[in-house]
Design a protein around this ligand. Structure first.
Ligand code: ZN
Length: 241
């Protein structure tokens, strides 16, 4: 079984984007047990499906990524991809200038910190420029969000990002085509493990939010894990209708 794990903020608020440090430490302890391989996002699709493997992704680039998560992950030599909205770097996650309900407004990392961790081995991916709902912007704005984020990262980090992450997981055929023309792969917020033949530009992920209880991530690959995931995904689909 292959899967991409999604993390956002490591804090103790209990919000939908938050995982507390204790839960992250439990996840890391399980991942370092060797039962599941931790591979680069770029490599996950070439891992045979019969093997258990995960890739780690963090969205948005919260300041607590550098202060809490990165030291722990780096110590284990785990590859990590961090997705940042390049025009929000150094600001906060009140996307569009408005704070979201139930979600804390938190500081985002600046370029100095991103450059520092990039030199230490962190992979940076694009999360657009300003974190809009891409299905709701016109073609010109869509191109500007994608090309602009690439230009920002090339200028600030000296490398071109190869991975993209749709803000809010918001994607349709038009948006996916534009992303496919510019990036090698892209992550959604669809709650699932990778199917046998994944679409590289519609990769589902497992939100760490659902794997907070002790033992849940640790059951990776088992029937119980798949049943819990199926139930969660079904409930989420019903709720979004
Ligand atoms: Zn985001």
């Amino acid at each position: 079984m292959r899967a991409i794990l999604t993390y956002h903020s490591i804090d103790s608020s209990g919000s939908p984007i938050s995982l507390d440090e204790g839960a992250l430490r439990r996840h890391i302890a399980f991942l370092r047990s060797g039962k599941v391989a931790v591979v680069r996002l770029e490599e996950l699709l070439s891992v045979p499906e019969r093997r258990d493997a995960v890739a780690l992704t963090f969205d948005d680039g919260f300041a607590n990524f550098e202060s809490v998560a990165w030291p722990l992950l780096r110590y284990q030599d785990f590859p990590v991809t961090l997705f940042v909205a390049t025009q929000r770097v150094g600001l906060d996650n009140a996307w569009g200038g408005t704070a979201a309900r139930d979600i804390p407004t938190l500081p985002l990392l600046g370029w100095d910190a991103l450059r520092r961790m990039h030199k230490q081995g962190l992979t940076l991916g694009s999360h657009s420029r300003t974190h809009p709902r891409l299905t709701e912007v016109d073609d010109a704005a869509l191109a500007a969000e994608l090309d602009g984020s690439i230009a920002d990262m090339e200028r600030e980090l000296g490398t071109r990002p190869t991975s993209f992450c749709y803000p809010y997981g918001d994607v349709d055929a038009r948006v996916a085509d534009a992303v496919r023309a510019r990036f090698e792969r892209a992550c959604t917020t669809e709650l699932a493990v990778l199917p046998p033949v994944p679409d590289a530009h519609r990769l589902p992920r497992l939100d760490a939010f659902y794997y907070r209880p002790p033992g849940r991530l640790e059951s990776f690959g088992s029937g119980a894990f798949r049943r819990h995931l199926w139930l969660r995904a079904t409930l989420r689909r019903l709720r979004s209708r």
